[in-house]
Design a protein around this ligand. Structure first.
Ligand code: ADP
Ligand code: MG
Length: 232
């Protein structure tokens, strides 16, 4: 299989002996470039932990991750942050916007940090599609949860990175905004040949994926490819 991300026997164990949590339990997976994978499963099943380990944010306790042939956890700190900045667009469940910057400035942060020039035409397109045009000068504290989520999504897309990791990004949105965000993610992935990994409970979205991986207690309960999904 043509693979971009390889997860080999990865376990993530939190806590010590007294309160041990096995968040990921010996997971092995390969993810193909330019594919759209949905990660689903109950709350606490390990979705966020899996995205964090792929994104270079949580080193696995055991096992190995490679992204484009590189293990991000073997890089020094500078290269590790460059890896996150240049290869990964992360839409966090908790937004992680910078409160002292406006919406527009927040969206520009990744380009600024990687000293890349902004593609203003593209930025205009994504901010329009996400309905952010009228709030670009506002600060995060002045926004609804949904608007903060859309800002975080625009930021993740702003440099068109090769891999987009989205952690329940439609959870805070009404149905229409959720669909707009989802359409934009799909559009962006097809346009730029990006790989999209999307954690969600929303089964309408899962049906559009190339692959659905269901986690349970940190293990892969099922892994179905090809659109032959039987949603309950
Ligand atoms: N930083 C942490 N410290 C301790 N336990 C954690 C931490 N992060 C996640 N967990 C635990 O790991 C398990 C998986 O969590 P998570 O990956 O957030 O699941 P999901 O995103 O599917 O809800 C849960 O039992 C959670 O409580
Ligand atoms: Mg989660």
């Amino acid at each position: 299989m043509n693979e971009q991300i390889r997860i080999s026997n990865v376990s993530k164990i939190y806590g010590g002996r007294a309160s041990k949590t096995v968040a990921l339990d010996n997971i092995s997976l390969s993810i193909a470039p330019q594919s759209f994978t949905v990660i689903t499963g109950r709350s606490g099943s390990g979705k966020t932990t899996l995205l964090n380990t792929i994104g270079g944010l949580e080193p696995p306790t055991l096992g190995e991750i490679t992204v484009n042939g590189q293990n991000p956890y073997q890089l020094d700190d500078n290269r590790q942050s460059r890896f996150r900045r240049e290869q990964i667009g992360y839409i966090f469940q908790s937004f992680e916007l910078l409160p002292e910057l406006t919406v527009y400035e927040n969206i520009c942060v990744p380009s600024y940090l990687s000293r890349r020039s902004l593609d203003k035409v593209y930025l205009k397109k994504i901010t329009e599609q996400l309905g952010l045009t009228d709030i670009l000068e506002k600060y995060p504290a002045e926004l609804s949860g949904g608007q903060q989520q859309l800002t975080a999504a625009a930021r993740a897309l702003s440099t068109s990175p090769g891999i987009i990791l989205a952690d329940e990004p439609t959870g805070n949105l009404d149905r229409q905004s959720g669909e707009e965000l989802f359409d934009l993610l799909c559009f962006s992935c097809r346009l730029f040949g990006q790989t999209l990994i999307f954690a969600t409970h929303a089964l309408e979205i899962a049906r559009l994926a190339d692959r659905i991986i269901t986690l349970e207690d940190g293990r892969v309960l099922s892994d179905i490819s090809g659109g032959a999904y039987d949603t309950p």
